[in-house]
Design a protein around this ligand. Structure first.
Ligand SMILES: Nc1nc2c(c(=O)[nH]1)N[C@H]1C(S)=C(S)[C@@H](COP(=O)(O)O)O[C@H]1N2
Ligand SMILES: [Mo]
Length: 522
């Protein structure tokens, strides 16, 4: 009994060390070739099934998307460690279990068989369970190649676990075989355990260093970046453009590895290299992007000039099948979203490779992304690598989570200046400033109310660009009396429809209602 307990403890030690080495292998593959790690794959596999309400509740409980991502990664790593330790204990018990005195080699062979069966089974289960996510590759490999790379990466990681576990356990129990006292503790046993623990320490330090490096490169530093500026500009500077990403670490695709595939239900599937894409006739198009989770008055909205190829050029070349309904766009990060074929064939839907005149920055989808005017930012898939035409109604990452089903951008307006936290001196003329946006419908008018929505006056449209972009509005206001004023702003879109006053939260179809502020005049 005592011997078994001691053996099990040794096995747990060996198993934990093997698990740490496995993490080292996964992290090395991630850093060297962008191979998706188990925590990333599990997170992406699970996130869409949380349900939007539970997802938002989790975000609120843990403090935000970044925190949730980190907890997810930490949780899977901890799970890996625990499972590694338990399997280690099981393995060593099998290795040292002897019902009858028999040659040690047969015990080892039995243990080998069990362990390799376990490794293969674990791999098969992982591949099956993570099947839809295997195409993820952060160096930008095309989906098919990426899937193979991920599967091989998992196999290598699990195999390394098995080999290291086997080696360490054999090292721990390598005592002269004696059938009569199988686990008689030889003097060297304690020293060997110490050596294994030391190896574990080295591995742990390695994992720690990798995780710190990963943390430095992580999207946590910028995910959720909002663009608010009292001196708001027509074009958002690239480094201030809002960011939303599902990733812990965003892809950094190699342009030479990257491909854009037009696949699925098409007559002529095609694969474009970056040079092929950029050789096609391009357009420059000003388009504002806004996230579905942007709150009223918030800053998950920005505007840029995008240069790229109309998606319909590529689709026309491929020849969509007669029964196509949806277009599924895949990012190299395993993200997917869908647009109806009709939207994909609209001339303003682009595959863009430049943002405000320079190549797309990595976090905004380098080397190419979709720009889908009129629909929420989710649809503008970054790091796009495959555009797949399907005959059914498909759902993307966030739609599976429960967002939507209507993804048409709502008409919105926002105050950007002045800073209403500071009181306004009585008699002064204040310049009210802001943006107004109506998806792809264009903005006809922006109106401001200084009496809590009873009366409305037209603001001046200081800048009015493409139908697909926001407008900047201004209004000079000179309050006549001291006191508290309730201000609101609203837009009227290009069809003449007035922005809805109905207050709705961002889930599941985007926030609505007027941006309201309180001005103190004294
Ligand atoms: N591949 C990929 N594309 C993506 C996302 C993502 O996580 N991965 N996030 C989407 C979401 S939710 C939004 S709002 C926009 C944000 O684009 P931006 O970060 O360039 O502003 O990208 C969309 N495209
Ligand atoms: Mo978004």
């Amino acid at each position: 009994m005592m011997h078994q307990l001691k053996a099990a403890l040794g096995g747990m030690l060996a198993g934990s060390v093997a698990a740490l080495v496995t993490m080292l292998v996964m992290l090395s593959l991630r850093f060297a070739w962008g191979v998706a790690t188990l925590p990333e794959l599990v997170g992406d596999r699970v996130a869409p099934f949380l349900g939007v309400w539970y997802f938002l509740e989790l975000l609120a409980r843990v403090g935000g998307y970044n925190q949730l991502k980190q907890l997810g990664v930490g949780g899977v790593l901890a799970g890996l460690f625990v499972v590694g330790a338990i399997v280690g204990a099981a393995y060593i018990l099998i290795l040292t279990y002897r019902r009858t005195p028999r040659p040690e080699t047969s015990a080892r062979r039995r243990a080998d068989r069990v362990l390799s069966a376990f490794v293969v089974a674990l791999w098969l289960v992982s591949v099956a369970a993570l099947w839809p996510n295997l195409g993820t590759n952060y160096s930008g490999l095309p989906l098919g190649t990426a899937a193979v790379a991920t599967a091989v990466g998992l196999l290598v990681s699990y195999a390394v676990y098995g080999l290291v576990l086997r080696g360490l356990c054999w090292f721990l129990v390598a005592v002269p075989y004696n059938a009569r006292e199988p686990m008689a503790a030889p003097r060297s046993e304690g020293r060997r355990a110490l050596l294994v623990a030391a190896a574990g320490l080295v591995a742990a330090v390695g994992v720690g260093a990798f995780l710190r490096a990963a943390y430095r490169r992580a999207a946590y530093a910028y995910d959720g970046t909002q663009y608010r500026d009292p001196d708001i500009q027509r074009f958002t500077p690239n480094e201030r453009f809002y960011v939303v990403t599902k990733n812990n670490i965003d892809p950094w695709p190699e342009r030479s590895l990257w491909r854009l595939e037009i696949a699925g239900s098409v007559q002529r599937p095609r694969t474009y290299r970056f040079e092929d894409l950029s050789a096609l006739p391009a357009v420059a198009q000003e388009t504002t992007l806004e996230c579905i989770s942007n709150g009223v008055g918030a800053g998950l909205i920005s505007n840029a000039m995008w240069t790229g190829v109309p998606l319909r050029t590529l689709l026309a070349t491929a020849g969509p099948g007669a029964t196509v309904r949806d277009v599924v766009c895949h990012g190299v990060d395993g993200y997917t979203d869908t647009i109806p074929l009709e939207k994909a064939m609209t001339e303003t839907t682009l595959v863009a490779y430049q943002m405000n005149g320079v190549p797309l920055p990595p976090r905004h989808g380098y080397p190419a992304r979709l720009i889908v005017p009129g629909l929420v930012g989710e649809k503008s898939v970054k790091w796009v690598t495959r555009i797949e035409l399907v005959d059914h109604d498909a759902k993307g990452f966030y739609e599976t989570q429960g967002w939507g089903p209507d993804f048409v951008l709502h008409t919105m307006a926002r105050f950007d200046a002045p800073d209403f936290a500071t009181p306004i001196p009585l008699g002064a003329a204040v310049l009210l400033k802001g943006i107004a946006f109506a998806g792809d419908r264009g903005v006809d008018r922006a109106q401001v109310s200084t009496d809590d929505g009873v009366t409305w006056g037209d603001a001046r449209l200081a800048y009015r660009g493409s139908r697909l972009a926001w407008v900047l509005w201004t209004l000079t206001w000179t309050p006549r009396q001291a006191g508290e004023y309730r201000l609101a702003v609203r837009a009227i879109d290009g069809t003449g429809a007035v922005q809805t006053p109905r207050v709705r939260r961002s889930a599941p179809e985007g926030a609505t209602g007027y941006h309201r502020v309180v001005a103190h005049v004294q």
